[in-house]
Design a protein around this ligand. Sequence first.
Ligand code: GDP
Ligand code: ZN
Length: 447
Amino acid sequence: MQSSQDLIAAIATPPGRGGVGIVRLSGPSLAEFAARLCGFRPRPRHAHLADFLDAQGNSIDQGLILYFPAPASYTGEDVLELQGHGGPVILDMLLQRVIALGARPARPGEFSERAFLNDKLDLAQAEAVADLIDAGSAEAARAATRSLSGEFSRAVHALVEQLIELRIFVEAAIDFPDEEIDFLSDERVERQLSEITEAFDQLMQRAEQGRVMREGLRLVLAGRPNAGKSSLLNRLAGHDAAIVTDIPGTTRDVLREYVHLDGLPLHLIDTAGLREGGDAVEQEGIRRAREAMETADCVLLVVDDQSPEDIAELRRDLPPQLPVIIAHNKIDLSGGTAGYRDDQGRRIGLSALTGEGIQALSERLKAVAGYRPAGEDVFMARRRHLDAIERARAHVDAGQAELIESRAGELLAEELRLAQQTLGEISGEFSSDDLLGRIFSSFCIGK
Ligand code: GDP
Ligand code: ZN
């Protein structure tokens, strides 16, 4: 789907100062464009040292110019890369110059959107580009690279192929009505259906790990003032992020911190001590604490192991649907046992001060998130992907039920078709402009 598009330009390197800064262009006839900017036509895929010239023919900056003619480029169109000095003013001058020569500023993600429209990337790969850039850990980066290379898309496609194969078989059976019964009672159909559902399960597992890795676990730290919430947060974060004092009620705001446990992003929400009364600032802190809890995945309730408060009473304040882990803190003072205190790991003895028992907590948190680190087969995936896999799977289940109930080949074939179409949403084969707009607009400019 080669499209004739206008010329877009953007500074592709991050804002601020750096050794090199890049202005990227994509659109038609960029060899001629380069000649107007630099005075010569660059050879494809060669690095030329060039002067980037202003309207009077004076040099704005000197740098490298790279020309990638269509279709062998990131976007599938002609692409020019101007590598100049990485200062915000000089790069802006260069951008203004290429705009004066006829380019327009690119929207966020517009380069990747063109790559998608020109079939250089499918939608899942384009999303992986953004996820790779946003990756907050080496594990997340590896998973994004895997998706970007097309591994995720290929696994989805293999499943689509299985669906198509079975649908062709079933439709052939329908076309020969006399033999329909025989065809469909053929155990081949049932065997293929069970192979397909197994493939769905595997795909789901790999993608779910990627989603967990991308979204992480939202963890609320709750408990009485001075129980050690801030200290525990600092211990998990590995640096002094929250204020730790021995004056009750010091942590007045909801403090958000973002750390990694073996590649699992933890969004820590430290709350004001859930204390009745207090001044206006404290009241506001309590209100925000309750709000943060509504969107969390898990609560970490911190109690002082020296004076185990009434845990049942503390739990009454917490949203009942959330799993709660109770951290019995300060075992260095209480002499209590470190690590799990029940089979489910819902009570853990630890010390934010000495670090004892922290490993058990970290294992427990990964388990709650459903995160298995070091999975070398994890795809970077989004909720949108998981949702499509789930809905496609539901169609297959429905088709299977129809077959068992009424031996109805038509209904099975239709459900298989719907399953196939639903999986097509992942690669962008079936996707609305709306969805595309939402995905690409969340990218950074110049990507
Ligand atoms: P918060 O109000 O729940 O956030 O509690 P803080 O983290 O501010 O800690 C209150 C006090 O307890 C501080 O003086 C901490 O140094 C101390 N504290 C926290 N955790 C431990 C621990 O595991 N052992 C000991 N001995 N003291 C701790
Ligand atoms: Zn605190």
